[in-house]
Write a protein that binds this ligand. Structure first.
Ligand code: HEC
Ligand code: HEC
Ligand code: HEC
Ligand code: HEC
Ligand code: HEC
Length: 425
């Protein structure tokens, strides 16, 4: 019971604040300040309006809109924007209202809109999604089961960070300028579906993502560091100075996949893994493993929720592990479930590395040394769900939390593994 209220409290701080980090944002020094100030302020002002949460209802669509043009459902956007829909559907943004979220929301009062906002302002931010959630929670009071039967067209609130959350306000469609830099004029917009679109460079700016991936300075911090600090980590990095935005790494070619720590290939692209050795002298096995954050635009990993472990161990003739020979180094921001303090922060800032040194007696059965980088993207959540289930904190959401726990445990993978035979002495 202890964990849930504290975890909620930690994130609830966001409920108070509407705007993303727009205060005191400055461009990297290399940029000509004189030409850059105006667009910079314009982007900040746009984002303050765009992400003023709770978001206002879209209201009545323009009369000439067909039902398809007025729809907020991602599948309807996808009938014209097929590539973006296919990508988004495969991405975590589309799963942001999964069982881990719903399992906690079902314990809230159906009409506690402010309390819902503390979570859905980032996980399902449209006003129409907030309405859908109130309705669904109300219906649960009557129903016998908390897992609704699947339906052909899922309700909007279950679809997470939908297209319209980023792109539609008062039925006006907004997006980046076209790839060639052009923008539609009023005349051409008249003949385009959904009245064309309004182009804004804010979509190409890293601050666009801050609305949900960066806490405000007055929000929950541990050991002097905000619990979510991705934008600031990025802003201090070489990547910001070199003009590499969140979008350029997470939406290359404007693809809508947002692959991150749950994706082995993305992780392999962000870090270098260098295994040295194995040498053998005087019965001692010597080796080293270096893990470097070479191309992740922020700390590796950025959140408190994943755990990465570098390890070296001896293995036997048929590959069997010899756990008593294992040397490990955790790369994570380690926190207890109540988020009350920081146990350790061994994450790798951009361009930094950790070196794991190995010097242990050779095990009589050992024939090789194995080097690994193990990634548990949801380590904190798995721990949190387990505690909710054992102390009864899951309440009405127990079935959903069980499902979330199974997902959180199955997301672990080995990003790198190398095997070096042990030499003869
Ligand atoms: C009937 C087809 C159709 C539907 C449905 C549709 N769109 Fe569009 N959309 C278009 C066309 C055509 C354009 C104009 C492309 C151009 O001129 O570059 C466009 C432009 C856009 C742009 C601007 C692209 C850019 O270059 O910045 C965005 C963003 C967008 N739509 C989002 C959406 C979203 C979100 C939905 C659903 C809520 C949606 N659209 C539904 C056809 C459609
Ligand atoms: C409306 C809030 C919102 C906005 C805006 C937003 N995100 Fe997210 N993002 C989320 C949430 C919530 C999740 C977690 C989804 C889940 O796993 O349930 C997420 C997940 C992700 C992930 C996957 C992380 C992982 O664990 O693998 C990446 C990468 C990501 N976002 C990048 C971006 C980028 C880049 C932008 C800006 C273009 C952006 N996001 C804008 C809310 C948002
Ligand atoms: C400031 C934006 C923000 C707010 C507010 C927020 N989250 Fe999240 N949440 C995220 C992001 C970003 C991720 C993905 C990164 C991660 O896994 O830590 C995430 C991931 C999660 C996950 C794991 C992924 C999943 O879908 O199962 C859970 C569970 C979760 N949040 C629950 C909550 C709950 C409950 C609340 C309300 C008390 C809440 N969040 C409020 C941004 C937010
Ligand atoms: C988390 C916010 C977010 C969500 C959700 C999202 N988009 Fe986008 N979209 C963006 C951003 C940011 C860009 C600009 C990326 C860039 O400039 O690199 C973009 C660009 C676009 C473009 C222009 C593409 C081009 O090649 O010029 C279209 C069209 C579009 N989005 C449609 C959609 C549709 C349809 C969905 C849902 C299936 C969707 N978006 C979901 C943030 C989002
Ligand atoms: C230079 C490329 C690059 C840039 C720039 C970048 N990222 Fe990442 N990001 C990665 C890689 C690689 C990973 C996977 C490894 C990891 O988790 O750190 C990742 C992981 C993530 C994750 C997964 C969660 C976690 O704990 O690591 C989120 C969320 C995320 N990025 C958001 C952002 C946001 C928001 C920005 C902009 C402020 C951004 N990224 C800028 C490359 C980049």
């Amino acid at each position: 019971m202890l964990a849930l209220p504290l975890f909620l409290l930690a994130l609830a701080g966001c409920g108070e604040r509407a705007a993303p980090d727009v205060s005191g944002v400055t461009q990297p020094p290399a940029v000509d300040a004189a030409t850059d100030t105006a667009p910079d302020a314009a982007v900040a002002a746009f984002l303050e309006r765009h992400w003023a949460r709770p978001l206002a209802p879209q209201g009545q669509p323009p009369e000439k809109f067909s039902p398809l043009e007025a729809s907020l459902a991602p599948a309807d956007c996808g009938s014209c924007h097929a590539e973006q829909y296919r990508d988004w559907h495969s991405a975590l943004h589309a799963r942001a209202m999964g069982p881990g979220l719903m399992g906690q929301l079902v314990n809230m009062a159906p009409h506690a809109r402010d309390e819902h906002q503390d979570c859905i302002r980032c996980h399902a931010p449209l006003a129409e999604q907030a309405d859908g959630l109130v309705e669904a929670l109300g219906a649960l009071g009557q129903a016998s089961s908390v897992s609704p039967a699947p339906v052909a067209s899922p309700p909007l609130h279950t679809q997470g960070v939908v297209c319209a959350a980023c792109h539609v306000r008062a039925h006006e469609h907004l997006g980046p300028p076209r790839p060639d830099g052009s923008v539609p004029d009023a005349a051409s917009n008249v003949s385009l579906p959904h009245g064309g679109f309004t182009a804004d460079k804010a979509f190409e700016d890293a601050r666009f993502c801050s609305a949900c991936h960066q806490f405000q300075p007055d929000q929950y911090a541990l050991n002097g560091k905000l619990l979510e600090n991705t934008y600031e980590e990025w802003k201090d990095s070489r990547h910001a100075r070199e003009g590499r935005t969140c979008q350029s790494c997470h939406m290359p070619g404007r693809r809508h996949m947002w692959r991150g720590i749950h994706d082995p290939e993305m992780v392999r692209g962000g870090v270098d893994f260098v295994a040295e050795g194995a040498r053998l002298s005087g019965g001692i096995v010597d080796a080293a493993l270096t893990v470097r954050n070479s191309a992740t635009g922020h700390y590796f990993p950025t959140y408190v929720t994943p755990r990465v472990t570098a390890e070296i161990e001896q293995v036997g003739g048929n590959g069997q592990a010899l756990p008593q020979t294992r040397e490990t180094r955790v790369i994570a921001r380690q926190v207890p479930l109540d988020l009350g303090h920081e146990i350790a922060d061994t994450r790798l800032p951009p361009d930094s590395e950790v070196r794991l040194i190995y010097a242990r007696p050779r095990h009589p059965g050992a024939v090789a040394l194995v080097y690994r980088l193990r990634v548990e993207p949801d380590e904190f959540y798995a721990r949190f769900y387990r505690s909710l289930l054992t102390d009864g904190g899951a309440g009405q959401g127990a079935t959903l939390i069980q499902e979330a726990l199974a997902q959180a445990e199955s997301s672990a993978f080995v990003a790198f593994e190398e095997r070096h035979p042990l030499p003869e002495e």
